[in-house]
Design a protein. Structure first.
Length: 523
């Protein structure tokens, strides 16, 4: 580990130890607060079940849509996830769907809809950065307040074409540059299991809605753990697909760097594992053939690698014991009960995850400069002054955005002459993992070192993103699988496979859901 990285890590770890009691004192009186339990059983059904019930006439789309709208109205005052809603339009669209289905049933051609519109009548929600036409597209930026999306993002357009009905756009950090969903424009989103905790970021608004039972399906995005960390913190399923499969058209921000589409992926989050392949096939459209999602996966023929942490280092926070235990339980179950082959070999190269991630990610051009004055692009603001203005209550950038600016500028003090070395190390690691995982291997691994932590504690727990960010750099698909609760907070792991082997991740997720229960509705 580089000296600069080690020093930063040690400082943050010491600060985390010293300040942890202060965070507890700040939030302890709210630790028991959570969203109310779900009383409407419609909200407990998977999107696949809802779609089937709407097609058959057991449920109407209007009934389903109104149920989710009522739940959103119930929980959003607590979690603050909604940026802008279109409830009236959604109900009107649901009524149109029901009328159309009546006509189709009379003609006896209902089965065709399973192919052409598999999500017909099912409501879904959209991360604001993924763009929903005529809806807010400010993505937490003060200078972009009032900006509206001109068109649907590519993935949103496909989900809508499959018959799903959009309800709203949800909160993100400023320009998605953060692992806690908070910004100066909309405020902080809360974790539904513990309102004093963060849902993670940058897809935290979506994860909070899903976990609350206020959304059936989500269109989100992931560039450095932005789907996976919120999914883990909120106990839902999230999939970062192989890059290049799902369109990132319309995503904000967008970079011109040729590597950006290799790192950013738009993907689904769901409450149930069975909905992931359905959403993935819809969102992938014509590129879906490359994933062969229709091919069955024999779990007993898989090879299972597992690691409970990347490395032991004084500079890094240890992985939470509940997460380590979840990795081991999942590994043992897949091996001893499902017949998968256990591989004892470890990917020791992952110990340099921080250096590889920073060196590759920040080599991109056009990364948003959070110190650039929007009124005078040639002028760059002073970081220290902006931090002081933030604490005085008149800042123009969130603290996370300023932290990102510092990280982008200093690169964790990795020497310039070492950056190329770590980029080469990342390239070699990708080849090693592709060879070892092949077409039948998966790696079970933490999503983050921590469970959902208190609001603003993200700065002290930042090293935990090393478990997610690197797989954007490497371009591997990964699925987050909820594995139960620990003292009321969700525990999750990620299942990683080689590029284009997404179906392996999804199959393992489904298998683990059957054994460990998956999403746990709040009671």
């Amino acid at each position: 580990m580089e000296v600069g990285v080690r020093i930063v890590g040690v400082v943050l770890r010491v600060l985390n130890f010293i300040l942890a009691p202060l965070f507890w004192l700040r939030w302890r009186k709210q630790d028991h607060l959570r969203v109310p339990p779900i009383r409407n059983t419609v909200l407990l059904q998977s999107a696949s079940e809802l779609a089937a019930a709407i097609r058959s006439g057991k449920l109407t789309s209007e009934e389903v849509v109104r149920s989710f709208i009522a739940r959103i109205k119930e929980v959003n005052p607590l979690i603050n996830a909604v940026v802008q809603e279109i409830f009236c339009a959604a109900v009107a669209r649901a009524i149109e769907v029901d009328l159309m289905l009546q006509e189709v049933r009379m003609k006896g051609s209902i089965d065709e809809l399973m192919v052409t519109k598999p999500l017909l009548g099912v409501p879904f929600t959209v991360k604001e950065s993924c763009s929903l036409r005529s809806m807010s597209n400010s993505v937490g930026c003060l200078e972009h307040q009032g900006r509206l999306a001109q068109e649907d993002g590519g993935a949103v357009r496909l989900v809508t074409a499959a018959g799903a009905i959009p309800l709203l756009v949800s909160n993100t950090p400023e320009l998605c540059l953060g692992w806690e969903t908070s910004n100066l424009l909309r405020g902080a989103t809360c974790n539904p299991y513990r309102l004093s905790a963060t849902p993670g970021g940058s897809s935290g608004g979506e994860a909070a809605l899903l976990a609350s039972g206020a959304s059936a399906l989500s269109v989100s995005s992931d560039i450095a753990g932005s789907i996976r960390i919120p999914a883990a913190f909120c106990g839902v399923f999230g999939h970062k697909p192989t890059p290049g499969i799902i369109s990132i058209e319309g995503h904000v921000p967008t970079l011109t760097d040729e590597n950006y589409p290799k790192f950013l992926t738009v993907g689904p989050m769901t409450r149930y594992a069975e909905d992931l392949p359905l959403m993935l096939s819809v969102m992938a459209a014509q590129e879906g053939y490359r994933l062969e999602l229709h091919r069955p996966v024999a779990v007993d023929q898989l090879r299972i690698y597992h690691m409970t942490e990347a490395t032991k280092s004084i500079a890094l926070l240890s992985v939470h014991p509940a997460i380590k235990e979840a990795v081991l339980k999942a590994t043992d179950y897949l091996h001893s009960k499902c017949g998968a082959t256990l591989c004892d070999e470890k990917f020791t190269e992952l110990e340099e995850s921080v250096e590889m991630s920073v060196s590759v990610f920040f080599a991109m051009k056009d990364i948003p400069n959070m110190l650039q004055d929007p009124l005078d692009p040639k002028h760059e603001k002073n970081l220290l002054m902006e931090i002081m203005k933030y604490f005085n209550g008149n800042g123009s950038r969130s603290l996370q955005a300023l932290g990102f600016a510092l990280l982008s500028d200093k690169l964790l003090f990795i020497p310039q002459h070492r950056l190329a070395y770590y980029r080469e190390r990342a390239r070699r690691l990708k080849n090693i993992m592709m060879e070892k995982l092949g077409t039948d291997g998966v790696l079970l691994y933490p999503v983050h070192s921590s469970l959902a932590h208190y609001h603003h504690q993200v700065f002290l727990r930042a090293s935990g993103v090393m478990y997610s960010m690197l797989f954007n750099v490497l371009g591997f698909p990964a699925t987050v699988v909820p594995m139960g609760l620990h003292r009321g907070l969700p525990v999750a792991i990620q299942v990683i496979a080689a590029p284009y082997q997404d179906r392996l991740c999804l199959a393992v997720a489904k298998q683990l859901e059957e054994r460990f229960g998956g999403w746990q509705p709040i009671v």
